[in-house]
Ligand binder design. Sequence first.
Ligand code: PLP
Length: 362
Amino acid sequence: MSIWRWTDLIDFVPEQARITLGEGQTPLVRSRRIGPSAGLNNLWFKLDFVSPTASYKDRFAAATVSHMVAAGKTRCIATSSGNTGASLAAYCAAAGIQCLIAIVEGAPLGKLQQMLCYGATLYRISGFGADASTTSAVFDLILKWGSEPDAAVQVSSYKYSAPGMTGVETVCFDLAEQVSFSIDHLFCPAGGGGLAVAAARGFRKLVERGVIEKSPAIEVVQPEGNDTMATPLRDGHAQAREVTSTTRISGLQVPTVNDGHWAVTECRATGGSGHVVTDAEVWETQRRLARDEGIFTEPAGAVALAGALRAARERRLAPDAHIICMITGSGFKDPHSVEEAVAATAGAPLVSLEEFARLSDS
Ligand SMILES: Cc1ncc(COP(=O)(O)O)c(C=O)c1O
Protein backbone atom coordinates (compact mmCIF):
# COMPACT_ATOMS: atom_id res chain seq x y z
CA MET A 1 0.00 0.00 0.00
CA SER A 2 1.48 3.38 -0.94
CA ILE A 3 1.05 7.11 -0.40
CA TRP A 4 -1.44 7.11 -3.28
CA ARG A 5 -4.14 5.96 -0.87
CA TRP A 6 -4.46 9.63 0.08
CA THR A 7 -4.84 10.99 -3.45
CA ASP A 8 -7.55 13.41 -2.41
CA LEU A 9 -5.16 15.00 0.08
CA ILE A 10 -1.96 15.25 -1.96
CA ASP A 11 -1.42 17.14 -5.21
CA PHE A 12 -3.23 15.40 -8.05
CA VAL A 13 -1.30 13.00 -10.31
CA PRO A 14 -3.12 10.91 -12.95
CA GLU A 15 -3.17 7.24 -12.00
CA GLN A 16 -1.13 6.05 -15.01
CA ALA A 17 1.74 8.42 -14.05
CA ARG A 18 2.04 7.24 -10.43
CA ILE A 19 5.36 5.66 -9.52
CA THR A 20 5.23 3.69 -6.31
CA LEU A 21 7.64 1.30 -4.61
CA GLY A 22 5.35 0.70 -1.63
CA GLU A 23 6.27 3.76 0.45
CA GLY A 24 4.19 5.02 3.38
CA GLN A 25 2.22 3.31 6.17
CA THR A 26 5.30 2.86 8.32
CA PRO A 27 5.21 1.36 11.84
CA LEU A 28 4.46 3.30 15.02
CA VAL A 29 5.88 1.63 18.13
CA ARG A 30 5.77 2.55 21.79
CA SER A 31 8.96 3.16 23.73
CA ARG A 32 9.62 0.37 26.22
CA ARG A 33 12.62 1.76 28.10
CA ILE A 34 13.84 5.19 27.03
CA GLY A 35 10.51 6.96 27.63
CA PRO A 36 9.83 5.47 31.08
CA SER A 37 13.42 6.11 32.19
CA ALA A 38 13.08 9.79 31.19
CA GLY A 39 9.73 10.16 32.97
CA LEU A 40 7.78 10.17 29.68
CA ASN A 41 4.93 7.68 30.02
CA ASN A 42 3.61 7.89 26.45
CA LEU A 43 6.59 8.11 24.12
CA TRP A 44 6.23 6.61 20.65
CA PHE A 45 8.51 6.20 17.62
CA LYS A 46 7.33 6.60 14.02
CA LEU A 47 9.68 4.30 12.13
CA ASP A 48 9.60 6.23 8.87
CA PHE A 49 12.80 4.58 7.65
CA VAL A 50 10.86 1.34 7.13
CA SER A 51 10.51 2.36 3.53
CA PRO A 52 11.80 1.21 0.10
CA THR A 53 15.09 3.15 0.23
CA ALA A 54 15.25 3.24 4.04
CA SER A 55 14.36 6.88 4.69
CA TYR A 56 11.19 8.98 4.89
CA LYS A 57 12.27 10.80 1.70
CA ASP A 58 10.49 8.10 -0.31
CA ARG A 59 7.24 9.92 0.45
CA PHE A 60 8.73 12.93 -1.38
CA ALA A 61 10.28 10.96 -4.26
CA ALA A 62 7.10 8.97 -4.96
CA ALA A 63 5.09 12.16 -5.34
CA THR A 64 7.67 14.26 -7.16
CA VAL A 65 8.85 11.65 -9.68
CA SER A 66 5.20 10.89 -10.46
CA HIS A 67 4.67 14.59 -11.18
CA MET A 68 7.69 14.43 -13.51
CA VAL A 69 6.24 11.44 -15.35
CA ALA A 70 2.90 13.23 -15.68
CA ALA A 71 4.70 16.28 -17.12
CA GLY A 72 6.76 14.17 -19.58
CA LYS A 73 10.14 15.05 -18.00
CA THR A 74 13.08 12.74 -18.74
CA ARG A 75 15.89 14.27 -16.62
CA CYS A 76 15.97 14.88 -12.89
CA ILE A 77 18.56 17.37 -11.59
CA ALA A 78 18.79 17.32 -7.81
CA THR A 79 20.73 18.35 -4.75
CA SER A 80 21.00 16.09 -1.76
CA SER A 81 22.78 15.32 1.47
CA GLY A 82 22.20 11.66 0.66
CA ASN A 83 18.73 10.40 1.49
CA THR A 84 16.80 12.55 -0.99
CA GLY A 85 19.31 11.48 -3.63
CA ALA A 86 18.89 7.78 -2.79
CA SER A 87 15.11 8.09 -2.96
CA LEU A 88 15.12 10.11 -6.18
CA ALA A 89 17.64 7.75 -7.79
CA ALA A 90 15.43 4.75 -6.95
CA TYR A 91 12.14 6.28 -8.13
CA CYS A 92 13.82 7.70 -11.28
CA ALA A 93 15.19 4.20 -11.99
CA ALA A 94 11.66 2.84 -11.64
CA ALA A 95 10.32 5.57 -13.95
CA GLY A 96 13.12 5.31 -16.54
CA ILE A 97 14.24 8.90 -15.87
CA GLN A 98 17.92 10.01 -15.82
CA CYS A 99 19.07 11.34 -12.48
CA LEU A 100 21.99 13.73 -11.81
CA ILE A 101 22.65 14.68 -8.20
CA ALA A 102 24.89 17.36 -6.64
CA ILE A 103 25.84 16.00 -3.23
CA VAL A 104 27.02 17.74 -0.07
CA GLU A 105 30.68 17.26 0.73
CA GLY A 106 30.13 15.15 3.86
CA ALA A 107 27.64 12.58 2.51
CA PRO A 108 28.27 9.12 4.02
CA LEU A 109 29.35 6.10 2.01
CA GLY A 110 26.14 4.11 2.52
CA LYS A 111 24.07 6.81 0.85
CA LEU A 112 26.57 7.35 -2.01
CA GLN A 113 26.76 3.65 -2.84
CA GLN A 114 22.99 3.36 -2.77
CA MET A 115 22.59 6.22 -5.28
CA LEU A 116 25.26 4.73 -7.56
CA CYS A 117 23.58 1.32 -7.43
CA TYR A 118 20.34 2.84 -8.73
CA GLY A 119 22.32 4.29 -11.67
CA ALA A 120 22.41 7.99 -10.73
CA THR A 121 25.23 10.32 -11.84
CA LEU A 122 26.81 11.98 -8.79
CA TYR A 123 29.06 14.96 -8.10
CA ARG A 124 30.24 15.72 -4.58
CA ILE A 125 31.00 19.44 -4.29
CA SER A 126 33.50 20.83 -1.80
CA GLY A 127 31.97 23.36 0.59
CA PHE A 128 28.42 22.37 -0.39
CA GLY A 129 26.43 21.83 2.81
CA ALA A 130 28.99 23.67 4.94
CA ASP A 131 29.03 27.33 3.92
CA ALA A 132 25.93 29.24 2.86
CA SER A 133 27.46 31.00 -0.18
CA THR A 134 28.74 27.78 -1.87
CA THR A 135 25.43 26.11 -1.07
CA SER A 136 23.42 28.97 -2.62
CA ALA A 137 25.70 28.97 -5.69
CA VAL A 138 25.09 25.21 -6.18
CA PHE A 139 21.32 25.79 -5.99
CA ASP A 140 21.61 28.59 -8.60
CA LEU A 141 23.49 26.31 -11.03
CA ILE A 142 21.05 23.47 -10.53
CA LEU A 143 18.12 25.80 -11.18
CA LYS A 144 19.79 26.96 -14.42
CA TRP A 145 20.39 23.39 -15.68
CA GLY A 146 16.95 22.30 -14.60
CA SER A 147 15.22 25.00 -16.63
CA GLU A 148 15.64 22.96 -19.89
CA PRO A 149 12.22 21.73 -21.06
CA ASP A 150 12.98 18.01 -20.56
CA ALA A 151 14.41 18.51 -17.05
CA ALA A 152 13.06 19.18 -13.57
CA VAL A 153 14.90 20.36 -10.46
CA GLN A 154 14.25 18.38 -7.31
CA VAL A 155 15.22 19.47 -3.81
CA SER A 156 13.20 18.08 -0.91
CA SER A 157 11.79 21.42 0.23
CA TYR A 158 8.66 23.47 -0.42
CA LYS A 159 10.84 26.31 -1.70
CA TYR A 160 11.98 24.25 -4.70
CA SER A 161 9.67 21.22 -5.07
CA ALA A 162 6.33 21.98 -3.42
CA PRO A 163 4.21 19.32 -5.20
CA GLY A 164 6.60 16.56 -4.10
CA MET A 165 6.48 17.79 -0.50
CA THR A 166 2.74 17.06 -0.33
CA GLY A 167 3.87 13.42 -0.38
CA VAL A 168 5.70 14.01 2.92
CA GLU A 169 2.47 15.35 4.45
CA THR A 170 1.07 11.81 4.23
CA VAL A 171 3.01 10.90 7.37
CA CYS A 172 0.33 12.85 9.28
CA PHE A 173 -2.43 10.84 7.60
CA ASP A 174 -0.65 7.61 8.61
CA LEU A 175 -0.45 8.83 12.19
CA ALA A 176 -4.09 9.93 12.35
CA GLU A 177 -5.07 6.38 11.36
CA GLN A 178 -2.63 4.70 13.71
CA VAL A 179 -3.30 6.35 17.06
CA SER A 180 -6.26 5.99 19.39
CA PHE A 181 -5.17 9.07 21.39
CA SER A 182 -4.68 12.70 20.54
CA ILE A 183 -1.02 13.44 19.81
CA ASP A 184 0.35 16.27 21.97
CA HIS A 185 3.83 16.68 20.46
CA LEU A 186 5.47 15.49 17.23
CA PHE A 187 9.27 15.88 17.35
CA CYS A 188 10.93 16.30 13.93
CA PRO A 189 14.62 16.52 12.99
CA ALA A 190 15.27 19.56 10.81
CA GLY A 191 17.90 20.39 8.21
CA GLY A 192 16.20 22.61 5.63
CA GLY A 193 12.92 22.40 7.57
CA GLY A 194 10.81 20.65 4.90
CA LEU A 195 9.78 17.75 7.12
CA ALA A 196 8.66 20.04 9.94
CA VAL A 197 6.65 22.21 7.53
CA ALA A 198 5.09 19.10 5.95
CA ALA A 199 4.05 17.90 9.41
CA ALA A 200 2.46 21.27 10.23
CA ARG A 201 0.65 21.40 6.88
CA GLY A 202 -0.46 17.75 6.92
CA PHE A 203 -2.06 18.10 10.35
CA ARG A 204 -3.61 21.43 9.33
CA LYS A 205 -5.34 19.66 6.42
CA LEU A 206 -6.67 17.02 8.83
CA VAL A 207 -8.04 19.72 11.15
CA GLU A 208 -9.65 21.55 8.20
CA ARG A 209 -11.34 18.29 7.15
CA GLY A 210 -12.58 17.61 10.67
CA VAL A 211 -10.54 14.37 10.97
CA ILE A 212 -8.82 15.63 14.15
CA GLU A 213 -9.70 18.52 16.45
CA LYS A 214 -6.28 20.01 17.00
CA SER A 215 -2.81 19.69 15.50
CA PRO A 216 -0.07 18.32 17.73
CA ALA A 217 2.64 20.81 18.61
CA ILE A 218 5.29 20.35 15.91
CA GLU A 219 8.64 20.46 17.72
CA VAL A 220 11.70 21.29 15.61
CA VAL A 221 15.03 19.75 16.64
CA GLN A 222 18.40 20.77 15.18
CA PRO A 223 22.02 20.04 16.03
CA GLU A 224 23.66 23.13 17.53
CA GLY A 225 26.07 23.18 14.54
CA ASN A 226 23.19 23.87 12.14
CA ASP A 227 20.81 25.99 14.20
CA THR A 228 19.07 27.87 11.39
CA MET A 229 15.56 27.74 12.85
CA ALA A 230 15.38 25.99 16.25
CA THR A 231 16.62 28.91 18.37
CA PRO A 232 14.72 31.56 16.33
CA LEU A 233 11.55 29.49 16.81
CA ARG A 234 12.15 29.01 20.54
CA ASP A 235 13.11 32.64 21.16
CA GLY A 236 10.14 34.20 19.37
CA HIS A 237 11.93 35.51 16.26
CA ALA A 238 9.99 35.88 13.02
CA GLN A 239 12.55 34.29 10.70
CA ALA A 240 15.18 31.57 10.33
CA ARG A 241 18.80 32.55 9.62
CA GLU A 242 21.79 31.39 7.57
CA VAL A 243 24.68 29.75 9.44
CA THR A 244 28.03 28.12 8.73
CA SER A 245 27.24 24.46 9.29
CA THR A 246 29.60 22.65 11.64
CA THR A 247 27.48 19.67 12.61
CA ARG A 248 28.65 16.19 11.60
CA ILE A 249 25.11 14.84 11.47
CA SER A 250 24.55 13.81 7.85
CA GLY A 251 21.24 15.05 6.43
CA LEU A 252 21.08 18.07 8.71
CA GLN A 253 23.95 20.04 7.16
CA VAL A 254 21.84 22.76 5.53
CA PRO A 255 23.36 26.21 6.18
CA THR A 256 20.83 28.06 3.98
CA VAL A 257 17.30 28.92 5.06
CA ASN A 258 15.30 26.79 2.55
CA ASP A 259 11.95 26.16 4.34
CA GLY A 260 13.18 27.66 7.62
CA HIS A 261 10.97 30.77 7.69
CA TRP A 262 7.86 28.65 7.12
CA ALA A 263 9.02 26.19 9.77
CA VAL A 264 9.33 29.03 12.30
CA THR A 265 5.89 30.52 11.65
CA GLU A 266 3.91 27.33 10.95
CA CYS A 267 5.36 25.19 13.76
CA ARG A 268 4.90 28.10 16.21
CA ALA A 269 1.24 28.27 15.13
CA THR A 270 0.81 24.63 16.24
CA GLY A 271 2.22 25.48 19.70
CA GLY A 272 5.58 23.86 18.90
CA SER A 273 9.00 25.15 19.84
CA GLY A 274 12.65 24.74 18.82
CA HIS A 275 15.17 22.41 20.48
CA VAL A 276 18.94 22.36 20.05
CA VAL A 277 21.10 19.29 20.75
CA THR A 278 24.81 18.55 20.49
CA ASP A 279 26.24 16.01 18.03
CA ALA A 280 27.45 13.98 21.03
CA GLU A 281 23.88 13.81 22.40
CA VAL A 282 22.67 12.63 18.99
CA TRP A 283 25.25 9.82 18.76
CA GLU A 284 24.47 8.71 22.31
CA THR A 285 20.74 8.67 21.49
CA GLN A 286 21.46 6.69 18.30
CA ARG A 287 23.20 4.04 20.46
CA ARG A 288 20.42 4.00 23.05
CA LEU A 289 17.75 3.53 20.37
CA ALA A 290 19.61 0.43 19.17
CA ARG A 291 20.46 -1.01 22.59
CA ASP A 292 17.38 -0.08 24.61
CA GLU A 293 14.66 -0.22 21.95
CA GLY A 294 16.02 -2.39 19.10
CA ILE A 295 15.79 0.50 16.62
CA PHE A 296 18.72 0.83 14.18
CA THR A 297 18.83 4.39 12.87
CA GLU A 298 21.36 6.76 11.37
CA PRO A 299 22.31 9.78 13.54
CA ALA A 300 19.77 12.15 11.89
CA GLY A 301 17.07 9.63 12.77
CA ALA A 302 17.96 9.94 16.46
CA VAL A 303 17.79 13.75 16.54
CA ALA A 304 14.05 14.02 17.28
CA LEU A 305 14.41 11.77 20.32
CA ALA A 306 17.54 13.61 21.47
CA GLY A 307 15.41 16.79 21.38
CA ALA A 308 12.54 15.19 23.29
CA LEU A 309 14.93 13.91 25.97
CA ARG A 310 16.50 17.35 26.32
CA ALA A 311 13.00 18.91 26.60
CA ALA A 312 12.10 16.33 29.27
CA ARG A 313 15.25 17.19 31.25
CA GLU A 314 14.35 20.89 31.00
CA ARG A 315 10.82 20.02 32.26
CA ARG A 316 9.21 21.33 29.09
CA LEU A 317 7.07 18.17 28.62
CA ALA A 318 4.23 16.85 30.81
CA PRO A 319 4.92 13.25 31.97
CA ASP A 320 1.66 11.93 30.50
CA ALA A 321 1.83 13.86 27.21
CA HIS A 322 1.50 11.72 24.08
CA ILE A 323 4.76 12.28 22.24
CA ILE A 324 5.86 10.90 18.87
CA CYS A 325 9.44 11.11 17.59
CA MET A 326 10.09 10.82 13.87
CA ILE A 327 12.84 8.24 13.22
CA THR A 328 13.71 9.16 9.67
CA GLY A 329 16.67 7.13 8.31
CA SER A 330 18.12 3.63 8.72
CA GLY A 331 21.39 2.81 10.50
CA PHE A 332 22.69 1.20 7.29
CA LYS A 333 22.88 4.65 5.68
CA ASP A 334 25.88 5.81 7.70
CA PRO A 335 28.36 2.96 8.30
CA HIS A 336 30.94 5.31 9.84
CA SER A 337 28.58 6.32 12.65
CA VAL A 338 27.92 2.63 13.29
CA GLU A 339 31.67 1.90 13.44
CA GLU A 340 31.95 4.51 16.17
CA ALA A 341 28.91 3.11 17.96
CA VAL A 342 30.37 -0.40 18.11
CA ALA A 343 33.98 0.61 18.84
CA ALA A 344 33.53 0.00 22.56
CA THR A 345 32.03 -3.50 22.11
CA ALA A 346 33.96 -6.77 21.98
CA GLY A 347 33.49 -6.83 18.19
CA ALA A 348 33.10 -10.14 16.36
CA PRO A 349 36.38 -12.07 16.86
CA LEU A 350 37.03 -14.97 14.48
CA VAL A 351 37.57 -18.12 16.56
CA SER A 352 38.18 -21.78 15.69
CA LEU A 353 35.53 -24.40 16.45
CA GLU A 354 37.71 -25.65 19.32
CA GLU A 355 38.01 -22.17 20.84
CA PHE A 356 34.26 -21.73 20.42
CA ALA A 357 33.62 -25.03 22.15
CA ARG A 358 35.90 -24.04 25.04
CA LEU A 359 33.75 -20.93 25.61
CA SER A 360 30.90 -23.09 26.89
CA ASP A 361 33.30 -24.60 29.50
CA SER A 362 34.39 -21.24 30.85
C1 PLP B 1 17.35 11.10 7.87
C2 PLP B 1 16.93 12.53 7.72
N1 PLP B 1 16.21 13.09 8.70
C3 PLP B 1 15.83 14.38 8.63
C4 PLP B 1 16.17 15.17 7.56
C5 PLP B 1 15.79 16.64 7.57
O1 PLP B 1 14.84 16.99 6.66
P1 PLP B 1 14.59 18.51 6.25
O2 PLP B 1 15.77 18.93 5.41
O3 PLP B 1 13.34 18.43 5.47
O4 PLP B 1 14.49 19.32 7.47
C6 PLP B 1 16.91 14.64 6.50
C7 PLP B 1 17.27 15.44 5.32
O5 PLP B 1 18.01 15.07 4.46
C8 PLP B 1 17.30 13.28 6.59
O6 PLP B 1 18.05 12.71 5.62
